[in-house]
Write a protein that binds this ligand. Structure first.
Ligand code: ZN
Length: 129
């Protein structure tokens, strides 16, 4: 499943895409090369605040999300949360055949937010209705 290489700087500022909703509330998919699939969706549950893209401070420096309030002793690794979110989206809607560049857009259409609880495997989803 062609994951993109992790080449973006931790606090990069990719161009914001235009609104996904056009016309009479009909969503349109937009392609994105942003490696942070959940950039605009992932929230720190305990703090109720959006998390920020980051990297592991040491080691492999894998992509991660961090709470700007510093409530966690470790960053939340991005891959597991993103995988869980995409699997949940597949259960929620017919999205399995969506190319990876459209996944960020699709998730933003489906989800209000992804809440990461006190531990990184405590993930819950707020779906758009
Ligand atoms: Zn927090």
């Amino acid at each position: 499943m062609g994951r993109r290489p992790d080449g973006a700087p931790p606090s990069g500022n990719p161009k914001r895409r235009a609104t996904l909703v056009t016309g009479a509330g009909r969503p349109a998919m937009a392609a994105s090369t942003d490696p942070y699939l959940l950039r605009n969706l992932v929230w720190c549950g305990p703090c109720d605040i959006p998390m920020a893209p980051a990297h592991e401070p040491r080691g492999d420096k894998r992509r991660a999300y961090k709470c700007p309030l510093g409530c966690r002793t470790a960053v939340v690794l991005a891959e597991p949360v993103e995988s869980m979110t995409w699997l949940a989206a597949e259960r929620h809607a017919t999205v399995a055949a969506i190319a990876s560049i459209y996944r960020q857009s699709v998730l933003e259409m489906l989800l209000v937010k992804v809440l990461v609880g006190a531990t990184a495997d405590d993930v819950s989803f707020v779906w758009r209705t």
